[in-house]
Design a protein around this ligand. Structure first.
Ligand code: SF4
Length: 371
């Protein structure tokens, strides 16, 4: 009862080198990880750790914190020590913060050596310090902060420009024998972004951090990220993902996890298979689906629940699910693994589904089938 089906994937994973971000492996055969970034002032240690705890609870595996000032750099040791998940320090220009982050025990640093070079050429020392500490560096190229030279060469942030910039940044570390790198080439246009990552994937074996930058408010950002990540991940490209939303970071994690689940790159948890309803519906499907979703919220087992508005497609879909209902004539046929186990009046559909779902979930937990 309730065994999850074997996940089928869309493509083999691109072969990337594996790096280690604290306890989380990125690249190679490591599962695609989900990360986010705090929105608090990093120097506010209490608020930052509180947000990291919330992110951890929502399933975030790696967290990035901005480090634009000395106060932020000074907060890093406590944050790195107390965070339950690996912390990446995000540094733009100042090498001294890179060294501070490495000394603080951060699991990785995001820094672009091209920026560092313009101010104070410490690339060699950074490569040595990161290498001695055994921590990787993310080179994060963004359309908005593309190198001037490349902007002039290409006219704008084209995929080619983003890729050339990233590989050039890598070469600044490679000169010093440092290859413990992952790369991102973010753009706010999913089409440009997808093309950039495709080209980059073909030209190096570094693990790739996927992101659509400035993707927008929750709805638009979710669509843009889902489409772009879906295109790339379905081709086997991408080793870690960050959904950027103008919304609380835990929302980013929720979307990221759902994208991986939708692509079978992670075992699906609760899945409500509900019909869109149509002129044949004999019940308010939207309401029923909402009530069932709310009633089963927080269930961590891979359970597929079908909520169907009529008996035309209902039984077929319900049969495919662990549990389902097909409504008709003021009643609901309740299916468990394809068998009608009972027929209940419409008013009892929700509570019966929840009751049966709990029974199956309990059995799954006993059998050790967790997400
Ligand atoms: Fe329409 Fe029935 Fe299909 Fe729902 S299951 S969309 S009500 S035909």
């Amino acid at each position: 009862l309730g065994m999850p089906s074997v996940p089928t994937k869309l493509a083999d994973r691109r072969h990337s080198r594996k790096i280690q971000v604290g306890s989380v492996a990125v690249g190679g055969d490591a599962p695609v990880s989900v990360q986010s970034m705090t929105t608090t002032v990093t120097a506010d240690v209490g608020a930052t750790l509180q947000q990291i705890a919330e992110l951890t609870a929502s399933g975030c595996q790696i967290v990035r914190v901005a480090c634009p000032s000395q106060d932020d750099a000074e907060a890093l040791p406590v944050i790195a020590r107390k965070s339950q998940i690996p912390v990446i320090a995000d540094i733009h220009f100042q090498p001294k913060y890179v060294f501070a982050a490495i000394d603080a025990g951060c699991a990785a640093v995001r820094v672009n050596p091209g920026n560092i070079r313009q101010f104070d050429d410490k690339v060699k020392e950074i490569a040595k310090a990161a290498s001695d500490a055994g921590i990787p560096i993310r080179i994060g190229v963004n359309a908005g902060s593309l190198d001037k030279r490349l902007l002039e060469k290409y006219g704008k942030a084209t995929p080619e420009a983003l890729v050339e910039s990233a590989l050039w940044e890598c070469s600044l570390f490679e000169e010093h024998g440092f290859r413990d790198i992952k790369i991102s080439v973010k753009h706010n246009d999913p089409v440009v972004m997808v093309n950039a990552y495709r080209q980059l994937a073909a030209q190096c074996d570094y693990p790739l951090h996927l992101g659509v930058t400035e993707a927008g408010p929750a709805f638009q950002g979710t669509i843009k990220s889902s489409v772009a990540f879906g295109a790339l991940l379905s081709e086997g490209i991408g080793d870690t993902i960050r959904v950027s939303l103008s919304a609380p970071p835990a929302e980013e994690v929720k979307v990221g996890i759902s994208i991986l689940e939708a692509l079978n790159l992670r075992q699906r948890r609760l899945e409500i298979v509900s019909c869109p309803s149509c002129g044949r519906a004999q019940v308010d499907v939207y309401k029923l689906a909402d009530q069932v979703t709310a009633g089963l919220d927080g269930l961590e087992v891979p359970l597929r629940v079908a909520v169907m508005g009529c008996v035309v497609n209902g039984p077929g879909e319900a049969r495919e699910a662990d549990l389902g209902v097909a409504s008709g004539n003021g009643k609901g046929q309740i299916f468990v693994k394809g068998e009608v186990i009972k027929t209940v009046p419409e008013s009892k559909i929700v509570e019966t589904l929840i009751e049966e779902a709990m029974k199956i979930a309990e059995q799954m937990e006993k059998d050790g089938v967790m997400s």
